[in-house]
Design a protein around this ligand. Structure first.
Ligand code: HEC
Length: 147
C-alpha cells in the first residue's frame, strides 16, 4: 500500500514537473520507430551510433530536422550548438517536445553524441567535450531537481 502511494506521488510530481512529461507517450512513437528496443548492447554504442539510433528519428539522419506532426529543429548549421553545455543539457534533460536521455545514456555517450552533432552537419565546434563535463553537469542537474 505504501508502495502504491509512493508511485502515485512520484507520478504526480513527474506530471507537475512540466508539460514535457505529459506529452512524452505521444513522442515515444518516433523514438520506438528507431528500433532502439531491439538494439542489443546499446551501452557500447558510440556517438555516431547513438545519433543514428535515437536522435535521427526526430532530427533526421542529416540533422536537417523536420516539420509535420511536430517541429524538430535542425541541428545542421545550428549556431546554438556552439555552447556545448546547452547540447549536453538537451540530451540529458530534454526540453519541450524533446525527451531527456539521462537514464539511457552514459556520461561517455552523452559526451560523444554532443561532440558528434557539434562536428557534423556543417557544425565546426571542435572543442572537446569530456565525460567529466557531462558527469559534472549531470550532478548539478540532479541536485537542482532533487525531490
Ligand atoms: C522524440 C524526438 C526527439 C529526439 C529523439 C531527440 N530530439 Fe532533440 N529536440 C527535439 C525537439 C522537439 C526539440 C525542440 C525542443 C524545444 O522546444 O526546446 C529538440 C531540440 C534539440 C536541441 C536544441 C536545438 C535548438 O536549436 O535549440 C538539440 C541540441 C538536440 N535536440 C539534440 C538532440 C540529440 C543529440 C538527440 C539524441 C541524443 C536528440 N536531440 C533526440 C526532439 C527530439
Amino acid at each position: 500500500m505504501n508502495a502504491r502511494v509512493l508511485i502515485v506521488a512520484a507520478l504526480a510530481s513527474a506530471l507537475l514537473a512540466g508539460p514535457a512529461w505529459l506529452a512524452a507517450p505521444v513522442r515515444a512513437q518516433s523514438s520506438d520507430a528507431t528500433g532502439l528496443a531491439n538494439t542489443r548492447d546499446f551501452g557500447h554504442a558510440n556517438g555516431a551510433q547513438v545519433y543514428a539510433t535515437i536522435c535521427a528519428g526526430c532530427h533526421m539522419p542529416d540533422g536537417q530536422g523536420a516539420r509535420g506532426a511536430g517541429e524538430y529543429p535542425a541541428l545542421a548549421a545550428n549556431p546554438k550548438l556552439a555552447a556545448a553545455p546547452y547540447v549536453e543539457m538537451m540530451v540529458l534533460s530534454g526540453n519541450g517536445a524533446m525527451p531527456g536521455f539521462a537514464g539511457m545514456l552514459s556520461d561517455r555517450q552523452v559526451a560523444e553524441v554532443t561532440t558528434y552533432v557539434r562536428t557534423h552537419f556543417g557544425n565546426r565546434y571542435d572543442d572537446v567535450v569530456t565525460e567529466q563535463d557531462v558527469k559534472a553537469l549531470r550532478a548539478s542537474l540532479a541536485t537542482a531537481s532533487a525531490d
